[in-house]
Ligand binder design. Sequence first.
Ligand code: ZN
Length: 386
Amino acid sequence: MRKLFLLSLAIFVFGADLYGWGFFAHRKINRQAVYLLPPEMMVFYKKNIDFITENAVNPDRRRYAVKGEAEKHFIDIDSYGDSALYTLPRYWNQALEIYTEAELREKGIGPWNVYHVKLQLTQAFLRKDAKAILRLSADLGHYIGDMHVPLHTTKNYNGQLTGQYGVHPFWESRIPELLADEYDFFVGKAEYHDKPQLSVWEAVKGAHLALDSVLRFEKILTERFPQDKKYTFDERGGLNTQMYSRDFTLAYHSMLSGQVERQMRRSVKMVADFWYTAWIDAGQPDLSGVLLPEDEMPKEDLVPDKEIKVREHEGLAFNDFSLSPTLLSSLVVPYANSFAVELRYCRMASPRRKNVCRKTSSFSSNKVTLKPLKSEQKELMGTTQI
Ligand SMILES: [Zn+2]
C-alpha cells in the first residue's frame, strides 16, 4: 500500500501563536518595553527595537526544536495542591529540596526560568556582548509575558478540563489582536527590582488569581450566546478558519473589565524593569559603543525535532488518532501564527481508489473523534503532504 497521507489543516485562528501571549501581543510587549528604558539603555535598545520585537516569539518556536524549552513557558500551580500559590519555593534550589527536577519540569518551570534568564542577561551586559544582550532581552520579554497569562498558571490551560476548549488562544491572542491598539501602554519608567525572584512570583500570583474570572466569564457568556453567534468564520492565510466572533470577544472583554489590558501593561512594565535590573546589576555598562551591524544580527535556525515531546497545549490532543501529537506539532510549526488545529486526514490507498478522508471534531473537547469527510470537501485548502 502506498503510504501517502494527506493532511489538510483547517486552522482555527484565534490570533497569533501557540503559547503564551499570541505572537502579536508578545511583539507588542517587547516593543513597548523599550520606551520605558533610561536614555543610557535606550541608545542601544531603540537602535535594535525591530530585532527585540520580531524575536519576542522565538522561545515559542524553540519549543519544537530544543529539548527542555517547552516547560519554561508555564507553571501548573494547581498541580501542587490548594495553597501552592503561597507555599511553592520561590528559589530553584529550595524547590529541588522538595521535588525532583523531573517533576518540576513536568509541571512547568516558568518563574524560576525567568530569573535564570535575567542572570544570563546580566552576564551579557558585563561582557558587553551585543548579540547575547539582544537575544536574551527578547527571550526574557517573552518569558515574563507568559508569566502574566492566567492560563499559563494552571493545568486547565486551555479550558480542556471544564468544557471550554479554546479559551487560551481566545484570551491571549484574539482579544489583544482585536483591541490592543486601543490599550494604554504608558506605564511609567523602568524600575529596579531588589529581589527579582520574588517579583516574578508576585506576577504569577496575580495571573493565577485572575484565572477564576477568565474561565467563569467565558462560561457565562457561552450560555448567553448561541453557537452561531459565538463563532465566526474567516479566511486567513489561505485557510478556512473559525474564531470567536467580534461580539463575543467584546462582551467578554467588557465583562473582564480590562483584565487583558492590565496584564499586558504589567508585562510591559516588568520586562523593562528586568532589563533595567540586569543592566544595573552589571554595573551600568556604557552601551553607546556597543554596536551591532545589520548583517551580524543573531539569527536562530530552528528545525523542528520530532523526538521532542511538546505538551499538547492549545487544541492539540489526538488521543485516538494514528498520528502522534509530536508529529502533528511539527506540522503545525509552519502555521505558527495559528491556534487549535482541526485536522482532516486522508489516506490514499491507491491511485484508483477514492481517498478515504476523516476529519477531527471541532474543539468542543480535547479528545479528538474522527468523522468521515464528505466528498465535496476535498477542495480543502492548505494540504500538507508528509
Ligand atoms: Zn511562550
